[in-house]
Design a protein around this ligand. Structure first.
Ligand SMILES: Cc1cc2nc3c(=O)[nH]c(=O)nc-3n(C[C@H](O)[C@H](O)[C@H](O)COP(=O)(O)OP(=O)(O)OC[C@H]3O[C@@H](n4cnc5c(N)ncnc54)[C@H](O)[C@@H]3O)c2cc1C
Length: 456
């Protein structure tokens, strides 16, 4: 069989960039051309780092998990593995009237020790009593596939609101009552491991190999360094077999008798690394209808600087805090970036805060810039009892930031994929995980699948 001549990747976020990188590895003995097509002038999608008052600060993602291999592996392959930095020992908190340290012994918010949640002061006595029911309740139903239902069934309202929803909701921009349990692997495993979540969590901890070292990492120049380094590596490996075309959206994708036509390019295989709601307009029929029905949540990050003399002593040693749904107005989380990352500490002692607003069911994009900054500054100021300067605020709007994995999400994905030819792969944060490692893994999976199909 002749080698495939062209594979087009549509979408230059981390998924598409990782797919293109893997394609250049897989096709390096052939004449296959790899084309990466990005609508925007800038590559990176939801990964974006820009200067804020002289320091490079991320506008979206600021860290990736080190304990799943894919992001670390990519960073190493593209030459920045040894440069990765990790957060300081500063600790995160949850705000409920005041800041409470996040209890130890949690599995993504699910307690494995009643003592440790009692000590945190975050759960009132009635909530602790209800949480203890987990130890004696019969096994919970799982057919609803809802994180909220499962957690409240085991532990009641307080553990759900102040721990599980606060932690999981902040990762996915989610309302966990309407979010798939199966799509969050740690919770899925825990819910299936036995009758009581506390006892299962404890057993799993005891039998898991001891994990040492930091949990999160990031490139020192910000997350965009992962994109630029990967692109440089693609160009180095692919030389004249690679074309990276930015500022050019895919406007038409058609199936031809022997492959695909992407805009005016013929292709043997295509990877659609675009979010589901955008992919919907590039495909047709039932697949388009199904993808169009995926809902998303918008978020905004307001970055501000707080002068050193306004920063109270009790906030040193903190990396930030989450706001549980029951306590939220618009602010859902605040990261103290210059305490979370040693390399972002400011010489003048000022603090850089990244304030997140909005989630599924808490819209924010209708607000103008001034309103967003007012909300961010007033709510955060009230939580912390400090005064924040408005003048330097940076606003990063993320429309359709997070695809919401509704209950039975994976079932919907597999139904959609069954209707697609295998030379067309869907990849990215809308499908099999939103974290950067999951996106990289999915881009690589799609690349491997297309190359394998074309080789047959
Ligand atoms: C505020 C925020 C904070 C986050 N924090 C973290 C974090 O700390 N850690 C973590 O692991 N994850 C985090 N995430 C999640 C993670 O950043 C994203 O899930 C991931 O970057 C998505 O990558 P992607 O390539 O799948 O999609 P995207 O980044 O959305 O990329 C898709 C690309 O496709 C392009 N495109 C769309 N339509 C077309 C078209 N027709 N033709 C060509 N190109 C097109 C878009 O312009 C875009 O560049 C965060 C996300 C947000 C929004």
């Amino acid at each position: 069989m002749p080698a495939p001549s062209r594979i087009v990747v549509i979408g230059g976020g981390i998924t598409g960039v990782a797919a293109a990188h893997r394609l250049t590895e897989l096709t390096n003995q052939s004449s296959t051309e790899v084309v990466l097509l990005e609508a925007d002038d800038r590559l990176g999608g939801k990964i974006k780092t820009s200067e804020f008052g002289g320091t490079r600060i991320d506008e979206g993602a600021d860290a990736f998990l080190l304990r799943t291999p894919h992001a670390v592996q990519l960073a190493s392959e593209v030459g920045i593995g040894n440069e990765l930095v990790s957060p300081t020992a500063a600790s995160a908190a949850i705000w409920a009237g005041k800041l409470h340290s996040i209890p130890s012994d949690l599995a993504l918010g699910v307690p494995t020790s009643l003592m440790s949640i009692a000590k945190s002061g975050l759960i009132p006595p009635i909530g602790l009593v209800r949480a203890a029911f987990d130890l004696v309740r019969p096994a919970s139903r799982l057919d609803h596939d809802s994180i909220g239902e499962w957690t409240r069934n085991r532990f009641g309202h307080y553990v759900h609101d102040r721990l599980v929803d606060a932690l999981v909701g902040s990762i996915y921009g989610a309302d966990t009552d309407r979010f798939s349990l199966a799509a969050v692997p740690q919770l899925q495993t825990l819910s299936q491991a036995g009758r009581s979540a506390i006892l299962s969590g404890r057993r799993m901890r005891a039998s898991a190999p001891a994990q040492t070292g930091p949990i999160f990492g990031a490139p020192p120049l910000g997350m965009e360094q992962l994109i630029t380094s990967t692109i440089a590596d693609i160009q180095r490996r692919g030389e004249d077999r690679v074309r990276i075309i930015s500022g050019t959206p895919c406007e038409s994708l058609q199936q031809a008798s022997d492959g695909w036509i992407v805009n005016d390019l013929t292709a043997d295989g295509v990877i659609l690394a675009t979010p589901a709601h955008q992919t919907a307009s590039l495909v047709t029929g039932n697949v388009s209808t199904a993808l169009r029905s995926f809902e998303t949540a918008d978020v905004v990050i307001v970055t501000v600087r707080v002068a050193a003399h306004h920063w109270p002593d009790h906030l040193y040693g903190r990396s930030g805090y989450l706001v549980p749904k029951s306590q939220q107005r618009l602010v859902t989380a605040v990261s103290f970036a210059s305490q979370k990352w040693a390399h972002l500490a400011q010489a003048d002692g000022s603090q850089i805060l990244r304030i997140s607003l909005g989630r599924d069911g808490l819209p924010v994009q209708h607000l103008d810039d001034a309103d967003l900054v007012n909300h961010a500054v007033e709510e955060t100021g009230a939580h912390l009892g400090i005064s924040i300067d408005y003048s330097t605020a940076r606003i990063s709007r993320w429309t359709h930031a997070f695809t919401q994995y509704r209950p039975h999400h994976f079932h919907r994905i597999s139904e959609i994929e069954q209707q697609l030819p295998t030379t067309l792969q869907l990849a990215g944060a809308s499908y099999r995980g939103i974290g950067i490692p999951a996106c990289i893994a999915d881009g690589r999976r799609a690349a491997e699948k297309v190359v394998a199909m074309l080789a047959n």
